[in-house]
Design a protein around this ligand. Structure first.
Ligand SMILES: C[S@@+](CC[C@H](N)C(=O)[O-])C[C@H]1O[C@@H](n2cnc3c(N)ncnc32)[C@H](O)[C@@H]1O
Length: 400
């Protein structure tokens, strides 16, 4: 077996009996699900290939539309081919290291926790050639006797301490997910990061606000720019149910991941991938929008209750961040808020906090006392003073 289903060796008494959920144990896509994903991959390819012509037709500044700053070197402006093979979609998460953690090696490549015994080569090969047949058996062989997950268990347990179970992040057992079982949840580093973001939104009163929005307006609409493979959208939807309307805005190459991941895991119910000139539906569950179509949808996407950006504004150009900030101002409801988790830690990073600060007069850094959050760079922004958010140091204390 890839990871022994039996006990994992660990000093932690907690981890002693935990099983690991392997790639081989996931649910595989049905042929019908794969076919539908392939159709969406074609539409995403159309969005990618058509970006230049769209910008020319609609007078969109290419400097805003095409990947810039860190992403200029990650995503080619032309010539990319969107993968449609069964393996590439069925194991989507193996090629989606948006937060730096690579599932095939259960480690980061930039700051390694484990020796690079095979990791970089494997990641490069999967990225370049796609996912081969027999990947589950291959990882099985590579990882035999390497336990990279049980060290995460004590950390994970810290992140769910004092968090009501309905806010525990859960991931689907499909699309390439791998994790260690903890109280019915599949845990890996990406799950811990997502839990930390949910915890910050809990402490900041943002999740309470969305629940009030649903009670008042019958729905809560959330827009996320730079959604990666859709982890946060998946978690919010699991917590708030089908009255959450979630919009992902991203470069077509990344939107591919979120659209397929969220589409297939929610059976495409009321999910839409917009092509140019498509109408914006009045209501939806998931809406996927290519970044360069932001202007086209701006007047029809609101009112939005929450705008999100995590770990991505600093990687864009200052002009792109400013244009998203202005877009947020434009589409947010009067009592709408922005939640961001960003830090300019590398010399080329854009100081996105300064840009948001120039656009939103009210800022509340999230301070979590009762529950744990990972990164000390989470803020809530608003255009006007909102007592329900700003009068509290930590909304979790209200639950005691
Ligand atoms: C480091 S990843 C973070 C993804 C996700 N938020 C997470 O934390 O896992 C950065 C994200 O920003 C997106 N991105 C980069 N440039 C963008 C742009 N100009 N417009 C919209 N999204 C962009 C990338 O495609 C990617 O989804």
């Amino acid at each position: 077996m890839f990871f022994r289903k039996k006990s994992l060796q660990s000093n932690q008494p907690d981890a002693a009996a935990r099983a690991v959920h392997t790639l081989a144990e996931n649910h595989n896509l049905t042929p019908a699900q794969h076919a539908r994903c392939a159709t969406w991959a074609d539409r995403l390819q159309q969005l990618y290939d058509g970006a230049d012509a769209y910008c020319a037709r609609h007078g969109i500044d290419p400097a805003l539309a095409f990947p810039d700053n860190e992403w200029r070197d990650i995503v080619p402006r032309t010539g990319a081919t969107f993968r449609k093979t069964y393996n590439d979609i069925n194991y989507l998460r193996l090629n989606a290291p948006f937060a730096g953690y690579h599932l095939p090696i259960l480690d980061r490549l930039d700051v390694r926790s484990f020796p690079d015994d095979f990791g970089a080569g494997l990641v490069t090969r999967l990225g370049r050639d796609g996912i081969p047949d027999g990947i589950a058996a291959e990882l099985d062989r590579l990882y035999a006797a390497r336990d990279r997950l049980s060290p995460l268990v004590p950390e994970y347990l810290e992140f769910v301490r004092n968090v009501p179970p309905r806010y525990h992040v859960r991931t689907p057992r499909m699309l390439g997910e791998i994790g260690i079982e903890v109280d019915g949840v599949l845990v890996n580093a990406d799950v811990i990061l997502c839990q930390s973001r949910i915890n910050a939104m809990l402490s900041g009163g943002v999740l309470d606000k969305l629940e009030r929005d649903i009670a008042r307006h019958g729905r809560a609409r959330v827009v996320e720019v730079g959604s990666g493979w859709g982890a946060l959208g998946y978690a919010l939807r699991a917590i708030l149910g089908d009255r959450l309307e979630y919009v992902a805005i991203d470069l077509p190459t990344s939107l591919y991941c979120a659209a397929l991941y969220l589409g297939v895991t929610h059976d495409w119910q009321n999910s839409h991938l917009l092509l140019p000139d498509d109408p914006v539906p009045d209501s939806f569950e998931f809406l996927f929008v290519a970044n360069y179509m932001m202007e086209e949808v701006a007047d029809r996407i609101g009112p939005v209750d929450l705008a999100l950006n995590c770990m991505s504004f600093p990687e864009m150009s200052a002009a792109q961040v400013r244009s998203y900030g202005v877009f947020f101002q434009r589409v947010l409801r009067v009592d709408g808020v922005v939640f961001d988790e960003n830090a300019a830690i590398k010399p080329h990073h854009t100081d996105s906090k300064a840009i948001l600060g120039s656009l939103f007069p009210f800022r509340r850094p999230v301070s979590a006392g009762l529950i744990k959050t990972k990164n000390d760079c989470q803020d809530i922004w608003a255009s006007r003073y909102l007592g329900e958010i700003f009068d509290r140091s930590d909304a979790m204390y209200l639950r005691r």
